[in-house]
Design a protein. Structure first.
Length: 514
């Protein structure tokens, strides 16, 4: 019953009304009616039970200001020709209002064909796509400024003591460390009974995997040189600690996705496949690194021997990689129309579509054609300045009073979390915030003992139940074909993405020359 997921009941009353679909639609609108009965929709951007409520308020603040106020104003005033496209879509469009056909501007070797591009069309972005990019620009600048402003460098002496106290090789007999065992964390003391993982194990695996990556990019027609791979890893290494600091406090990860696309588009223009691989090594490495750190932390608290944990993680990485490649190839062979709007049972690949669109924007067309002189989206560059300056203003507004409202404002979270739009919609954020309020504010305040004991367990149970249920439904009902032709009012959900200003047949919108 898709209506349980896409419970856009307001659009049911007038399914042909484009304005209602834009404002209250779930799959292609802003989702201003925050009701759904699907945990997959609620936890689309992560489990709301694991995020502090004050951090959720930052996200909601950004949602209301940017997506509920600025986006409709820009859309209905046709800013940047946005009215000729759906208000929210994971696709990018040509000047006829149709999804951009990137095959028209690529050579047989998947490289940029400038003449074909000039004879076809510019790439146009839906207004929420535009704002999402602006927010990601601001989030990257805010991440650096916020980290410097909020977390002062530790004095050298204190840093030395902190290092000695955390080092397993430290001895209580060293001067100034007589009370080390009394000051040390209880988990560290209990974990001392196990042998730690030698640093050399990580170094050798890192060297081996880097060499494998260099072989892949050099041997296969990816069009990314070996030093491009090292550049992607360097970006991840430099920004990993600031991202980790924000993640540890708010459970919201600042994304390197866009900056990796931007840098690769500047350094290696006209290479879409290279752009996708560059983003994978830069952005995904940071994401997986944070998850790996989280696993190590959990193993530390659960008193799992470090070497056993290391071995299990290594084996799980190999098994999951092979499994995912196998499942991917199986789906490409056996799911009709996969990753297209006509795909059966919703296999439209929204996240993969956004990744593909990014390779078009940054890898094929290139940043210069989007943000250079005379470009439609050049004003987005101001977002870098806004993101860099605003954390400093917030820091000085809140430094005088430790209980000030401004002390709870975290701009990297406010800006960066909305980068999920698209493919996420406003509903995924608003209903997520409501559930977070219910559990992490109301229940935590009124039933703190229940919250302390069961909140995390409930989150894990809902995620696990969802995963198990999806497998059962797919292989039990969908894949055997039992749902073919099955239709009733509960399956009729208005999900069509319509523009506010349709382009007349045979005409185009946008600048005539570029």
């Amino acid at each position: 019953m898709p209506a349980l997921s896409y419970f856009s009941v307001i659009t049911w009353f007038a399914p042909k009304n484009v304005v209602l679909a834009n404002l209250f639609g779930i799959s292609s609108g802003l989702g201003l009616f925050p009701v759904t009965f699907d945990w997959a929709q609620i936890a689309y951007i992560g489990s709301p039970l694991l995020t502090p409520f004050w951090a959720a308020l930052n996200i909601v603040g950004g949602l209301v200001i940017v997506m509920w106020i600025i986006a409709p104003v820009m859309y209905y005033t046709n800013a940047m020709y946005s009215s000729y496209m759906p208000i929210l879509s994971a696709a990018v469009f040509d000047n006829t209002g149709k999804p951009y056909d990137v095959s028209k501007i690529l050579t047989s070797d998947f490289l940029f064909d400038k003449e074909a591009y000039q004879s076809y069309s510019r790439v146009f972005l839906p207004v929420t796509y535009v704002l999402s990019y602006a927010l990601q620009f601001a989030a990257l600048a805010a991440l650096i400024t916020h980290t410097v402003a909020e977390y002062d460098p530790v004095p050298a002496a204190s840093a030395a003591v902190a290092y000695r106290r955390s080092s397993i090789s430290s001895r209580p007999s060293e001067p100034g460390l007589e009370n080390l065992m009394d000051a040390e964390d209880v988990h560290n003391r209990l974990m001392r009974r196990y042998d730690d993982v030698p640093v050399s194990w990580y170094i050798w695996i890192g060297i081996a995997m880097t060499a494998t990556g260099i072989f892949v990019v050099e041997y296969y027609p990816i069009h990314l040189p070996w030093y491009g791979l090292l550049l992607a890893l360097a970006i991840c290494t430099i920004l990993f600690i600031p991202i980790g600091i924000v993640m540890a406090i708010t459970n919201q990860q600042s994304s390197l996705y866009l900056i990796c696309q931007l840098i690769c588009g500047v350094v290696f223009p006209g290479r879409p496949v290279a752009n996708m691989v560059f983003v994978t090594y830069g952005y995904i490495t940071s994401t997986q690194g944070l998850k790996f750190s989280s696993d190590l932390k959990l193993g530390h608290y659960m008193k799992i021997p470090p070497r056993i944990l290391f071995t299990v993680q290594l084996l799980a990485t190999v098994v999951s990689s092979l499994t995912q490649v196998g499942v991917l190839n199986w789906m490409l062979a056996y799911v009709p129309g996969i990753c297209t709007p006509q795909a059966i049972n919703g296999f439209t690949c929204p996240i993969a579509r956004v990744h593909f669109n990014g390779s078009i924007l940054w890898g094929v067309v290139g940043p210069a054609r989007f943000f250079g002189p005379g470009a439609i989206y050049r004003p987005l560059m101001w977002a870098f300045l806004i993101g860099a300056v605003s954390p400093v203003v917030v820091y000085y507004l809140g430094r005088s009073n430790r209980h000030s409202f401004w002390r709870k404002v975290n701009l990297p979270v406010m800006f960066g979390s909305l980068s999920w739009i698209p493919p996420a919609t406003g509903l995924n954020f608003s209903v997520w915030a409501l559930v977070c309020y219910l559990f992490n504010y109301v229940i935590r305040k009124r039933r703190s003992e229940w919250w302390s004991k069961y909140n995390m367990t409930l989150s894990a149970a809902l995620d696990s139940g969802l995963a198990f249920g999806v497998v059962v439904v797919f292989f039990g009902f969908v894949y055997p074909g039992w749902m073919d032709g099955f239709q009733w009012w509960g399956t009729e959900v208005y999900k069509q993405a319509c523009p506010y200003k349709p382009v007349p047949e045979g005409e185009v919108f946008g600048p005539k020359t570029w």
